[in-house]
Write a protein that binds this ligand. Structure first.
Ligand SMILES: *Cc1c(COP(=O)(O)O)cnc(C)c1O
Length: 367
C-alpha cells in the first residue's frame, strides 16, 4: 500500500460538475481579471468568516504584505511574529521595509507564546502577526489584550485555518485584518495561486482594493503606487465551488484526526496534537512529535507513506534572515519542535484503511 501526503481526487469529484459549467462561462465571456465571479466569491468568503469585507489577491504572501501596507507599516517599524511558521509570514514584513521580530512558541499548541510576545514588544512595535498554525487559532484574546492598549495592530496569518473557530467566532473576524492563502494544498485550495484579505475596517478595505490594482481609483487615476496582485476569475470560480464544502471537509479532517488519535494514543514516543477546549482545529496539517524524527521519516517514506516536515528550520535560523542576528538557542521551544515535528498524511477524503496503514507503519518503525 502507498498513502500519499495529500490526494485531491475526492475534492475534485465533489466540485467537478459545478466548475465545468461555470468555467466554460468564464472562458466564453473572457472576464479573466476581476470578473463578476471574483466579486461574488469575495462576498461569499467575507460572509463565511463573519466579516464585512474581503479582497482577493495573488497569494497568501501578498495578502499579508498588502494588509501590512494598508496600515502604513514600513521602515523603522517592528512587526512581531512566531518563528515556527512558513517563511512567508516574515517575508511580507521585510517587503514593507519593517523589521520582523521573532518570538517563541507554546509547546502544546505550536502557536505563538504569549509570554515570549510580551517580552518582545517595544515602542517601535506596529503590528503582531499571530499564525493559526496547522489549523488551530492562536491565543487571540491574550494577544489583543496586549496589543490594543498600546495601539498595536493585529494581523492574523490564517493561511492554514480556513473555517477554524475560536470562542464561537470564525478565524478571519478576530482581528483588524486576516489573511488567507489558497495555495492548492491549503484546506481551501485553488487550481493555482491565490489569497484573500478579510477585514471589518473600511479604510483598509478601500486601500487594499487600490493596492492590488496598480493604486488605481477609477480607470485612469492612480492615487498611490500600487501593485499587480489580483485573484483570477478562474480561481474564484473554483474556490466558490469548494467553499460550499469547506465545513464538511473540515469535519472529515476531524474524523481522520480522531482515527489517528485512536490508533496512536498508546504508542510511546509519539506526541499527538492537542486542541484547546475553547477552539476548534481544522487539521490543515496533522503534526506529531517524535524524538528521532529524521530516521523515522526516512523509514516511513520507504514504506510508501507520504510525510513532510512543517518546518525543519525556524525562520530566525534561516540563511535569508542571517542579517537579523539571531542564534541557535535564542528561541528554544521552537528549535526543539523543529527537530521533532512530523506531518502525517491528511486530506478530507482519506480512508480509515489508509490511516491504519500509516499508523501500523509508524508503530513498526518506532519498534
Ligand atoms: C501558505 C502560507 C503562507 C503563504 O501563502 P502563499 O499563498 O503560498 O503565498 C503564509 N503563511 C502561512 C502560515 C502559510 O502556511
Amino acid at each position: 500500500m502507498k498513502v500519499p501526503f495529500i490526494d485531491f481526487s475526492g475534492q475534485y469529484e465533489a466540485i467537478q460538475d459545478e466548475i465545468e459549467v461555470n468555467l466554460k462561462a468564464v472562458f466564453r465571456k473572457g472576464n479573466f481579471i476581476l470578473g463578476q465571479e471574483e466579486k461574488q466569491f469575495e462576498e461569499a468568503f467575507a460572509c463565511y468568516c463573519g466579516a464585512r469585507y474581503a479582497v482577493g489577491v495573488n497569494s497568501g504572501t501578498d495578502a499579508l504584505f498588502l494588509a501590512l501596507a494598508s496600515l502604513d507599516i514600513g521602515g523603522g517599524d517592528e512587526v512581531i511574529l512566531p518563528t515556527h511558521t512558513f517563511i512567508a509570514t516574515a517575508l511580507c514584513v521585510s517587503y514593507t521595509g519593517a523589521t520582523p521580530v521573532f518570538v517563541d512558541i507554546d509547546e502544546t499548541t505550536y502557536n505563538m507564546s504569549v509570554a515570549s510576545l510580551q517580552g518582545a514588544i517595544t515602542k517601535r512595535t506596529k503590528a503582531i502577526i499571530p499564525v493559526h498554525l496547522y489549523g488551530q487559532a492562536a491565543d487571540m484574546d491574550e494577544i489583543k489584550a496586549m496589543a490594543r492598549p498600546q495601539g498595536i495592530q493585529v494581523v492574523e496569518d490564517a493561511a492554514q485555518a480556513h473555517g477554524a473557530v475560536y470562542k464561537g467566532q470564525k478565524v478571519g473576524s478576530l482581528s483588524d485584518l486576516a489573511c488567507f492563502s489558497f495555495y492548492p494544498t491549503k484546506s481551501l485550495g485553488a487550481f493555482g495561486d491565490g489569497g484573500i484579505v478579510v477585514t471589518n475596517n473600511e479604510s483598509c478595505y478601500k486601500k487594499i482594493l487600490m493596492l492590488r490594482d496598480y493604486g488605481r481609483e477609477g480607470r485612469y487615476e492612480h492615487k498611490i503606487k500600487g501593485y499587480n496582485s489580483r485573484l483570477d476569475t478562474v480561481q474564484a470560480v473554483v474556490l466558490a465551488a469548494k467553499l460550499k464544502f469547506l465545513d464538511e471537509w473540515n469535519r472529515k479532517r476531524n474524523t481522520v484526526a480522531a482515527w489517528y488519535g485512536n490508533h496512536l494514543k498508546d504508542v510511546p514516543g509519539v506526541v499527538l496534537p492537542r486542541t484547546l477546549p475553547d477552539r476548534t482545529h481544522i487539521f490543515q496539517t496533522f503534526a506529531v512529535r517524535i524524538k528521532n524524527r529524521d530516521a523515522v521519516l526516512e523509514e516511513l517514506q520507504k514504506k510508501g507513506v507520504g510525510v513532510l516536515i512543517h518546518y525543519p528550520i525556524p525562520v530566525h535560523l534561516q540563511e535569508a534572515y542571517a542579517d537579523a542576528g539571531y542564534q541557535r538557542g535564542d528561541l528554544p521551544a521552537a528549535e526543539r519542535v523543529a527537530d521533532e515535528i512530523l506531518s502525517l498524511p491528511m486530506f478530507p477524503h482519506m480512508s480509515e484503511e489508509q490511516v491504519e496503514y500509516v499508523c501500523q507503519s509508524l508503530k513498526d518503525v518506532m519498534r
